[in-house]
Ligand binder design. Structure first.
Ligand code: GAL
Length: 395
């Protein structure tokens, strides 16, 4: 009898410990850099090392971007023991050495694989090798795994992702599992307890693809897809509207600000893919706006809700914050400026009692207090842009 009790208490302690690890992983949305959006298949260890150095010298690491993630095309095959092998030409020092380099700069190291037999770029996937791969990643000191969904041969998504999450758990090494099945099988309904974040959409695009394509369209369509998913996001479990395209493609300054602001409103993982080797200070300024980042990283972990849509193009988004205040975003999807008069009184405007309570109003991009909720405002929101405000309970 005693033995049985002891067995169950050990089991309870082990699972409580596993739960504690799961809870502390990504209690706020992970932040970092990923190679795909700027380099695609063209990656090598020198580039990644350069980016690691730049993450530190540009202040991005200190602004919170701690993960440095290598996406598809680092792997070529398997050795005689079925262990995954890195491309010897592009990563001659191996992934362990790269992980060490990244860790030495106070960053965390992320890697990519796929639940199918091959990755989306045709490299070896993890199907059937999940436990060997997870153990290898743990040995290398990997902190983050983006796990894709190409070439899955009709597998059940929940099962496929569960296997990798179990493989990771068995290593005892904390690795964030980023579920990348593009929202095909509603991962927000089953991803909790399996991974810490899940993609909700096809790939974000921010390049000019032919004459008729504008990159921002992809951003707007992802925003629409995010709207109903707010109940599924929270500490440790994040809806992932895909990696940031800030600075890439044909996005204007206002569009970049809009894109970044909305991702912060969503409590989205902030994984950007900008080539830091030729960085524009204006783009760095967007990425390091600490007031916007604080809204993303707010410990309540609420995803903004669309409070109102006026006509086809004008939306008001509200995100509740831990200090009893809220972040507010006026989003203008129109090709021309949106000008309107606004007051906060009453409950109807943003779902908060702004008659009984007073809040200060701060403009997140101007970095200044512009009044309080008793004042009247005339807002001018640029085409494809936002005005992002923070309402804080007045003293
Ligand atoms: C896609 C994924 C992209 C990128 C690419 C690599 O499926 O959504 O973010 O990882 O595969 O091949």
């Amino acid at each position: 009898m005693k033995i049985i009790i002891l067995f169950f208490s050990i089991l309870a302690a082990v699972s409580a410990n596993a739960q504690a690890v799961a809870d502390t992983l990504c209690s706020t949305p992970p932040m970092g850099w990923n190679s795909w959006n700027c380099f695609h298949r063209d990656i090598d260890e020198d580039k990644i090392k350069e980016i690691a150095d730049l993450m530190v010298s540009t202040g991005l690491r200190d602004a919170g971007y701690t993960y440095l993630n290598v996406d598809d095309c680092w792997q070529t095959g398997r050795d005689n023991s079925f262990r995954i092998v890195a491309d010897e030409k592009k990563f001659p020092s191996g992934m362990k050495a790269l992980a060490d380099y990244v860790h030495a700069r106070g960053l965390k190291f992320g890697i990519y694989s796929c639940a199918g037999t091959k990755t989306c770029a045709g490299r070896p996937g993890s199907r059937g090798y999940e436990y060997i791969d997870a153990a290898t990643y743990a040995e290398w000191g990997v902190d983050f795994l983006k796990y894709d969904w190409c070439n899955n041969n009709g597998a059940n998504a929940r099962e496929a992702y569960y296997i990798m999450s179990d493989a990771i758990r068995q290593t005892g090494h904390p690795i964030v599992l980023s579920i990348c099945e593009w929202g095909d099988n509603k991962p927000w309904e089953w991803g909790q307890g399996i991974g810490q974040m899940w993609r909700i959409s096809p790939d974000i695009v921010a390049v000019c693809e032919g004459d008729n394509y504008w990159g921002g369209a992809s951003i707007f369509s992802i925003i629409d897809r995010m709207a109903p998913l707010w109940p599924y996001s929270g500490p440790g479990n994040w809806n992932d509207p895909d990696m940031l395209q800030v600075g890439n493609g044909d996005l204007t300054y206002d569009e970049n600000v809009m894109h970044f602001s909305m991702w912060c409103m969503f409590s989205a993982p902030l994984i950007f893919g900008y080539d830091l080797r030729s960085a524009d200070p204006k783009i760095l300024e967007i990425l390091t706006n600490r007031e916007a980042i604080a809204i993303d990283q707010d410990r309540l972990g609420k995803q903004a809700m669309m409070f109102e849509r006026t006509g086809k193009y004008h939306e008001t988004w509200v995100k509740e914050l831990a200090d009893g205040g809220a972040a507010l975003c006026f989003l203008n999807k129109d090709d021309k400026e949106w000008v309107f008069d606004y007051h906060f009184w009453g409950f109807d405007n943003i779902g908060m009692d702004c008659t009984g309570n007073l809040y200060t109003v701060r403009d997140i991009w101007k970095h200044k207090n512009i009044g309080d909720t008793k004042d009247r405002y005339r807002f001018k929101v640029p085409a494809h842009g936002v005005i992002m405000l923070r309402l804080t309970p007045a003293e």
